[in-house]
Design a protein around this ligand. Sequence first.
Ligand code: DAH
Length: 373
Amino acid sequence: MSAPNNSYDPVRVAALAPDEVDRMTAEALAAIAAAADFDELKQARLAHQGGRAPITLASAEIGALPPEARAEAGRRISAAKRAIAEALTARQADLEAERDRRVLIDEVADVTLPWNRYPAGARHPVTTLAERISDVFIGMGYEIAEGPEVEAEWYDFDALNFPPDHPAREMQDSFWIGRPDGAGRSGLVLRTHTSPVQVRSMLTRPLPLYVVSPGKCFRTDELDATHSPVFHQIEGLAVDEGLTMADLRGAISTFVAAMFGEGLRTRLRPDFFPFTEPSADVSMECHVCRGASTEPGAPPCRVCRSQGWIEIGGCGMVNPRVLIACGIDPDRYSGFAFGMGIERTLMIRHGVTDIRDTLEGDVRFTAAFGVEA
Ligand code: DAH
């Protein structure tokens, strides 16, 4: 800072001369206008507005002027500083506007492009079909009953009237569970059907009793187009006073109508199961050709192999021996039962020809069934 006046030095204060201030201002404005980006503008600001800028240094010399000249020099310097500050602000605004314009072009996003390339997962068609079948029976007043997949032999066989050495036990090739010490069978088996849930229900639920039991079953079958060692069944059981085969037939017809369409006939033919007496196999009229393929000269039907009928499960009146094993008086109560394969129902309903498609988990198969939650 210069000392106040009387030693006024015209050389030192030349920086305050109008021409010189104009020159510094013009130089500053030119540098600001030439700043092509924020960095260059920052340099221009330091050079022309900072503590070491010519105009700042010049303003420090005002005190060196004779008193009568200071006001005018002060105005000149102020006007120059204002012009520089305004130019800086304007250039800053220009650069920001330019940047914003460029961002819109360079970083353009097509908001119409689909971004979600991960399809939502969905439950397996076997699961959703099991629930649909259950719902049909829930609509008739049935409840859902469940049992374990690792089952006691007693529930899977004995209580269902398969005696220990009865050949009927061999009807179902079982995965026996060994004892941990390797010394023979443990008395447990991977359940070969859902029928043991009948026994569990009769032992634990009050009468009358109406239950359906969907679930996984296991048999030592080789995997091929129509067999799988793991599959699903749905079991039905009703125990009440005065039930007859007509009630059984009604339940089955309601199921067939709900799953395959109204007006399809059902057919029961004598069969054998140890836990039902009498027993029957259940068929329904082919929902595709409705029997037409059996007419002479008619085109063949792939679905029923031109038989007109499709077998869908087994059924019967609960064997009194099973009722007794479960502590139910067969003179007062009677019951009916039925069992169906869920994969088989799915295959018939949707024209699936290979059961392996239902368990391989290939989404190209399952996606065709939609994304029912
Ligand atoms: N449990 C039988 C099976 O796995 C199916 C079956 C037949 C279930 C007749 C029943 C029935 O409830 O009454 O082959």
